[in-house]
Design a protein around this ligand. Sequence first.
Ligand code: GLN
Length: 265
Amino acid sequence: MKKAFAMLLSLALLLGAAGAMAESTTITMGTNAGFAPFEYIGDDGEITGFDVELAYLMAQEMGMELVIEDMYFDGLLAALDQGTVDFVMAAMTINDERKEAALFSTPYFNASQAVVVLEDYEGIQTVEDIADKKVATQDGTTGYFMALDTFGCDASNVAAFKASTDCVLELTSGRADCIIIDDSVAQNFLQNFDGLKIVEGLEMPLEEYGIAVKLGNEELLEKINAALQTLVDNGTYDEIYAKYFLAAEETEGAEETAETEEAAG
Ligand code: GLN
């Protein structure tokens, strides 16, 4: 009887220790899982995407288990500051204002804003044309701030949504003339919703995405940069990049080949 108790006790201690270990080796990422192809809820209900796949592998490189906290984009840096999350990876553009609120990793992705309109809409030919238009954006994003500060839109004409896909509804319902959003996400809209196009030939500044950590946490920043560099050096970054950003082109290419073959045959 005593022996059994002792065994149970040591088992409990062991489990307790394992629990504590697991706890100390997790790392929490804050993201906004409504921004495909970077972070979104996959068909299986799990959060996935370009950023998310990179994050899982980076955590693995750091010897930690990744935990994801999904929240609105405009609350991410506050969550970081409060310590709710250890880092933020959310297709977040590095800019001077945000650098005052967080530390940023080496840039890991180049982007720019794109303007999405209905297929037959010709009202925007240059960036100057945006000023008097009704614009749909995502709250707290560079697209939102550009509409106001760069394109000079009236605040009453700029709608800011918590979820990026709400911008599409605003456009298709006719309440907005255009959406201003990151180019890869705009491309993703075109793949998933009919009747949209991206206005070609607009000059937009380069934006670089970075991973944010809390001000003062240089130690974690260094680890993240090192893990990112490892994934770049060993080709993993390129593989994930190809999966998310070249796959569509490849499929199109394959379809074309199939059609050509069909036509030939
Ligand atoms: N890159 C844009 C920004 O940083 C949008 C990011 C997002 O909505 N997830 O503001």
